[in-house]
Structures are given as C-alpha cells and as structure tokens.
Design a protein around this ligand. Structure first.
Ligand SMILES: *[C@@H]1O[C@H](CO)[C@@H](O)[C@H](O)[C@H]1NC(C)=O
Ligand SMILES: *[C@@H]1O[C@H](CO)[C@@H](O)[C@H](O)[C@H]1NC(C)=O
Ligand SMILES: *[C@@H]1O[C@H](CO)[C@@H](O)[C@H](O)[C@H]1NC(C)=O
Ligand SMILES: *[C@@H]1O[C@H](CO)[C@@H](O)[C@H](O)[C@H]1NC(C)=O
Ligand SMILES: *[C@@H]1O[C@H](CO)[C@@H](O)[C@H](O)[C@H]1NC(C)=O
Ligand SMILES: CC(=O)N[C@H]1CO[C@H](CO)[C@@H](O)[C@@H]1O
Length: 313
C-alpha cells in the first residue's frame, strides 16, 4: 500500500516536471551555439552520399515521437526488453548511422549537452531542407532523452499501415492530442521514401485492391514480383522530391499503403485536394503539424545521452 503511494507520487512528480519544461527556439544558443549547424552539416553530407537519407531521418523522428513521446527511445539498443527498433514497422528504419555521426561531433563540441531527441527533431527538419533545397522551418529544442524502449509500446502506438477507416487510423493521433488534420498533413511526409513489397503485397491479390488504380496495381505486381524484399515508392513517380504529388496520388488511388488510400475518404478528401493544389499551404501546415508532433512528451526522463544508443546512468 505504502509502495503504491510512493510510486504514484513519483509518477505525479515526473509528469509535472515533464509539463513544466517547455521547448524553445535557439535552445542551445548559449550552451552549444554550433548545435544546429552541426546537425545540418551532417545531414547534408549524408544526403549527398545517399539521398534516401532524407526519408529515413524523417521517419525516425516520426516513429520516435509516436512511441512514448519524442525522447529518442527509438535509438536505444534492445537489452532485456525487445526495443522499439525491433518492432515490425521499425524493421526498415535506417539513418541510425547518421545520428551516431552527428552525436559524436556534438560530444566533441559540447559534451553531454544536446539531447538525442533534439538531434532527431533537427535532423528531420534538415532532411526537408536538403530535399527541397530551401524549406527551413523552425524547430524548438529542449526534449529530454528517455530511458525505456519497448517493442510492445511501438506496436501499440504506431499508426497501422493496413487500416482503411480514417477514423480508426486517426486514433493513434487523437489519443495523443493530435488531430485527423495532423494525420492528413503528416502523411504528406510519404512524398519521400519507399515501402517494402512485403508490407502491402496483400493488396495486390485479386479483388483485394479496394479501388486501387488497375494500371498502378499491375505495375506494382511486376515490380514486386512476389518478392517481399523489393520496394516501391510511397509517392509514385516522385520518391525523391519533397512535393505535393503524394496527394495527387492519393486522389488517383495510386498509393501502396492502405493508410494512404484511406485519406481518399469523404471526411478528408477536401483537405487532400487543397494540399495537392497549394504547395505553400502544405509547407505551412507541415511545419505546424511537425511542431505539434515534435512536442509530444515522454514519461521517462533521463540524462542527455553521450551515445544515442545507450541510456546514461
Ligand atoms: C543567440 O545569441 C546571440 C548572442 O550570443 C544573439 O545575438 C542572438 O540573437 C541569439 N539568437 C537567438 C535566436 O536567440
Ligand atoms: C470507421 O470506424 C468508425 C468507428 O468504429 C465507425 O463508426 C465508422 O462507421 C467506420 N467507417 C467506415 C466507413 O467503415
Ligand atoms: C478511387 O477509389 C474509389 C473507391 O475506393 C472510387 O470511388 C474512386 O472513383 C476512385 N478514384 C479514381 C480517380 O480512380
Ligand atoms: C489509372 O491510371 C491510368 C494511368 O496511369 C489512367 O490512364 C487510368 O485512367 C486510371 N484509371 C482510373 C479508373 O482512373
Ligand atoms: C536520388 O538518387 C537517385 C539514385 O542515386 C537518383 O536517381 C535521383 O535522381 C536522386 N534524386 C535527387 C532528387 O537527388
Ligand atoms: C535493430 C534491429 O532489429 N534492426 C533490424 C531492422 O530491420 C533490418 C531489416 O529487416 C534488420 O536487418 C535489422 O536487424
């Protein structure tokens, strides 16, 4: 009984600490003035070597924030528990090496100062910046690094890619205080990157395509050729350009994931049309929704890590 009371007091305390900390722009201006420049430099270098880096880093930040808040738990190596990294949708996450390089440089410049969670948020922004060549939205800093990463949390929190009902799909957003509109806008990140055929191949079987454009489906059948390891662009015809063609593909029923096809539903289709037709509205909305997502807080708060893959004791 006493133990229970002590534990809940601790939890309340942890929650109030998390609430009290607010993110702010130029967070490392005094403590590590080169922080954001170092992140940008490394993202740019990695992008020049392999432009798939942009999609990988955006996805890492997204997966991080959806599981226990943006606390860099996605980067932790699994110990006794199976970590988020091993969760099925995470299996194809890449970009860890880029984060390691950034962190190593930041440790030299300013020891144990810049959190891995902030690195992920800055690196996601810089991925958009290098992919567009210009769009450089503001990202506040001050996210604490977390201490736990569990497979079960990842499976329970990530939006299901095979969900067609937009209300149910948006549940993973609404339970976190994000909206259906955030779902529509943040799905626009699928303007970059690919999906493994194994993820969506079930849709290519006869009578299982639920409205997918037939020409597109036949192309996918050829491309996948029953090999789960083959890949297809999430944004057909424009997988490297950060643009609004993803929304055109949603409207044309030419998306590989059911969760993308879901946006072509009566409750969201008007917003999809608007975003497709007006790139500057998309960019502005993307910045706002990324800001909301990037402010999701974790419950386990640790020290700033010196290695993003390990909790610092
Ligand atoms: C960062 O600090 C410098 C001086 O050290 C100051 O001139 C600048 O306005 C600060 N920038 C922000 C965004 O706070
Ligand atoms: C989507 O799911 C909600 C909640 O379960 C349900 O009320 C609604 O009818 C479903 N919509 C469709 C189109 O199936
Ligand atoms: C997309 O699929 C829906 C059915 O899910 C259908 O009503 C609509 O006409 C299709 N649109 C196009 C452009 O093929
Ligand atoms: C499917 O896409 C092809 C071109 O890729 C287009 O010619 C055709 O009209 C589309 N089908 C439907 C039903 O919209
Ligand atoms: C990205 O890299 C691929 C393969 O190296 C190349 O075909 C494509 O043109 C590049 N796209 C951009 C926007 O740099
Ligand atoms: C940490 C981890 O489990 N990474 C896995 C992610 O997915 C790739 C490809 O399926 C595996 O090779 C990794 O082991």
């Amino acid at each position: 009984m006493l133990l229970v009371a002590v534990v809940s007091a601790l939890l309340l305390h942890a929650a109030s600490v998390a609430q009290a900390q607010t993110l702010r722009l130029a967070y490392y201006n005094q403590t590590c003035p080169s922080a954001e420049a170092i992140v940008f430099d490394e993202v740019q270098k990695a992008y020049k070597v392999d432009n798939r880096t942009a999609a990988a880093l955006l996805r890492l930040h997204f997966h991080d924030c959806f599981v226990n808040g943006c606390d860099a738990s996605v980067l932790l190596e699994s110990g006794d528990n199976q970590a988020e990294k091993n969760a099925d949708p995470n299996k194809s996450l890449r970009g860890y090496d880029v984060i390691d390089k950034i962190k190593a440089r930041l440790e030299l410049a300013c020891k144990q100062t810049v959190s891995c969670a902030d690195i992920l948020a800055y690196a996601a922004r810089d991925s958009v910046r290098v992919a567009t060549g210009w769009f450089n939205y503001k990202v506040p800093g001050g996210r604490p690094d977390g201490t736990v990463s569990k497979l079960s949390m990842a499976l329970a929190n990530l939006p299901p890619h095979n969900q067609r009902n937009v209300t149910l799909l948006a549940k993973s957003f609404t339970v976190k205080g994000l909206s259906v509109d955030d779902l529509v806008v943040l799905s626009g990140a699928h303007t970059l990157g690919v999906s493994r055929c194994g993820t969506f191949q079930y849709r290519l079987a006869n009578n299982n395509d639920k409205g997918m454009n037939a020409t597109f489906r036949d192309d996918l059948r050829r491309r996948c050729n029953y090999n789960a390891a083959n890949v297809a662009p999430l944004d057909a015809g424009s997988q490297y350009g950060f643009d609004t063609s993803y929304y055109a593909n949603v409207l044309a029923n030419k998306t590989v994931l059911e969760s993308d096809a879901a946006l072509n539903s009566p409750s969201t289709v008007n917003r999809v049309r608007q975003l497709k037709n007006d790139p500057s509205t998309f960019m502005r909305s993307f910045e706002l929704s990324m800001g909301k997502m990037g402010a999701l807080r974790g419950s386990s708060q640790g020290k700033v890590r010196d290695n993003c893959r390990r909790v610092r004791m």
